[in-house]
Design a protein around this ligand. Structure first.
Ligand code: NDP
Length: 247
């Protein structure tokens, strides 16, 4: 595919859900994909399957909460493939709970993965892309970056932060494309670690209308495939039947 073939695309949170679907989809269109996450057994299997289907893929162990790990991930991609065309900052967690449950460890995990993880990605990729004179940073936000609901305050705050960081980056960068993708409810493993029963029920209700992660992978493919002078700066992708609530 034009503007996708042979592009080097680094994907965080590629061991399941949206990241996995995007890796498979972009590799299927000729991109060279580098998958990162903590569950390397999963990454190894996905990479094996991508290669068996004729695609080009590698994987690396990655913890986005550790700036050094993210730096090593980007440097591995640069050295192995000679450049980094796209960084898809996608890793995220969603242990929802009402604020008065005081689950401070979970709040901190959300902040560390969803906000600091994105900043670590930007810090690692920007110098490489600035030296190249080109690049594309795509950050996964959420419909929760545009609205807040009960049990979602800290998660939504993290995604509002990703949205603000992404828009700031876009305004600062002339040669580097910057995109915010905001998925609505999507059928993935997200939220498997919710410990609060009310929040679990809330998410289970929403899940009855969830999108396939392939729908988000198609959105990523669309923004990557645009000509170099076109920056799709924001995209919200919701289930068509998402009526009566903001997500
Ligand atoms: P999944 O739980 O399926 O995927 C999350 C990914 O993030 C996994 O690959 C996980 O890999 C990775 N991850 C989590 N913590 C870390 C870490 N510390 N370091 C590196 N990787 C990490 O959920 P989704 O695919 O749904 O989530 C992808 C993104 O989409 C997230 O940012 C999420 O907030 C966003 N989103 C999802 C929606 C949905 O309804 N599913 C809606 C809106 C936004 P591992 O555990 O192996 O490290």
């Amino acid at each position: 595919m034009q503007n996708v073939t042979d592009k080097v695309v680094l994907i965080t949170g590629a061991s399941s859900g949206i990241g996995e679907a995007t890796a498979r989809r972009l590799a299927g269109e000729g991109a060279i994909v580098l998958l990162g996450a903590r569950r390397t057994d999963r990454l190894e299997k996905i990479v094996r399957e991508i290669r068996a289907a004729g695609g080009a893929a590698e994987y690396r162990s990655l913890d986005v909460t550790d700036a050094g790990s993210v730096g090593d991930f980007v440097e591995f991609g640069r050295q192995k493939f000679g450049r980094v065309d796209v960084l898809f900052n996608n890793a995220g967690v969603m242990p929802l709970s009402p604020l008065n449950a005081l689950k401070m460890d979970e709040w901190n995990r959300i902040i560390d993965v969803n906000i600091k993880g994105v900043l670590h990605g930007i810090a690692a990729a920007l110098p490489v892309m600035e030296a190249q004179g080109a690049g594309h940073i795509i950050n996964t936000a959420s419909t929760g970056a545009h609205a807040v609901g009960p049990s979602c305050a800290v998660y939504c705050a993290s995604k509002y932060a990703v949205r603000a960081i992404t828009e700031g980056l876009r305004q600062e960068m002339a040669k580097i494309r910057v995109t915010l993708i905001s998925p609505g409810v999507t059928e993935t493993e997200l939220g498997h670690d919710i410990t609060d029963q009310m929040a679990k029920d809330f998410v289970n209700d929403l899940r009855s209308i969830s999108l396939s992660p392939d729908a988000i992978a198609s959105a990523v493919l669309y923004v990557v495939a645009q000509p170099a002078e076109v920056d799709v700066s924001e995209m919200i992708v919701r289930p068509a039947s998402s009526v009566g609530h903001a997500f």
